[in-house]
Design a protein around this ligand. Structure first.
Ligand code: FMN
Length: 327
């Protein structure tokens, strides 16, 4: 058996397969099923920034405080200290039952006081926190710099409050992916998760209304993250987890060769069942044996741009050649 241990965000994972944040990880039973199937770590279903804020609002509604700004402040702090209790219970119980790393997740869109809740997450025993920053920059007057700054402020707000390793899960839509990656890393982010797959809108042309597109990814969608991990690994001083479109052992091998420290899977587990983690691990192991790699450390990043003897293939040249090839 090849050595599948990997280091991710300062955590030791027995293998690189992380179950991505989704409904499979929203309960203790779900998380246990992932661990039983062999997952190296799990990211819990995200708590939304709005849920944290709503908790505080609920408290404010229940106590008559209008006209007492100090009381409002007090209640806000108490509210944040309690937080959505269920989520903290999930972390505590998962930690009691399992030895694999448990990564909490918050879906957030703005900096602010909700970041206090990260302290409760740390106190509940989470090994790390993934921030799924889901900013949708639809206002034409909002500059790309402003959008980037929003990401930095969220990270700074959370980092100020906790010592936990922080991962940031990003969408693929940035003018300068390399800059945002480098700047987040400079602010102490331990890992980047590339990429989140946003809700995909579609239109029903018979009923003429908006509908949700297919909620699972296809393997072809992996190439965007493969490209960026290959370009950034070794250049930006944080770890990388691949996300979107990894459906089997071959996908995991590709992302590791590109330079990923770990690989998150979601759609494939909905389609094939959580026990498919075991199959993916067998496929990775078989590939490593066939190619005489004894450990992940030996193979990681072998095909990143930095280690490539043909770095131009990752950039524009490839595009031109591909087009010429088609014509
Ligand atoms: C049903 C479902 C629920 C999800 N919920 C979350 C979530 O709460 N937080 C999050 O960061 N990502 C969430 N995701 C996105 C996944 O974590 C993952 O990034 C995305 O599905 C792409 O990976 P895949 O190609 O392996 O499916 C969800 C995905 C699905 C299908």
């Amino acid at each position: 058996m090849a050595e599948l241990t990997t280091q991710y965000m300062g955590l030791t994972l027995s293998n690189p397969i992380i179950v991505a944040s989704c409904s499979l990880t929203k309960s203790v039973d779900g998380v246990c099923a992932c661990a039983d199937a062999g997952a190296g770590a799990v990211v819990l279903k995200s708590l939304f920034e709005e849920q944290i804020k709503a908790d505080v609002k609920e408290l404010e509604r229940n106590i008559w405080i209008s006209g007492h700004p100090e009381a409002v402040d007090y209640v806000r702090n108490v509210g944040l200290a309690l937080g959505p209790r269920q989520y903290l219970n999930l972390i505590e119980q998962a930690k009691q039952k399992l030895s694999i790393p448990i990564i909490a997740s918050i879906n957030c869109v703005s900096p602010g006081q909700w970041a206090d809740y990260a302290r409760s997450i740390a106190n509940a025993g989470a090994d790390a926190l993934e921030l799924n920053i889901s900013v949708m920059p639809i206002e034409p007057e909002r500059s790309s710099e402003e959008v980037e700054r929003m990401h930095f402020r969220i990270v700074e707000d959370v980092k100020k409050r906790v010592d936990l390793p922080i991962a940031v899960k990003l969408g693929p839509y940035f003018t300068s992916m390399a800059r945002i990656a480098a700047e987040l890393s400079r602010r102490g982010v331990a890992a980047l998760v590339l990429f989140n797959r946003f809700y995909q809108p579609d239109i029903n042309i018979d009923k003429m209304h908006l509908v949700a597109g297919y909620r699972f990814s296809s393997p072809e969608e992996m190439n965007v993250s493969l490209r960026w991990i290959a370009l950034l690994a070794g250049r930006v001083a944080c770890d990388f987890a691949a996300s979107t479109g990894v459906h089997d052992g071959a996908g995991v091998v590709k992302q590791l060769l590109a330079g990923a420290n770990a690989v998150q899977v979601c759609s494939t587990l909905y389609v094939n069942g959580v026990s498919y983690i075991e199959t993916i691990l067998t496929q990775v192991n078989e590939w490593m044996e066939q190619h005489a790699f004894g450990s992940l450390d030996d193979m990681r990043g072998k095909l990143s741009q930095q280690e490539s003897d043909r770095p131009e293939l990752y950039e524009r040249m490839q595009y031109i050649k591909a087009l010429v090839g088609i014509e």
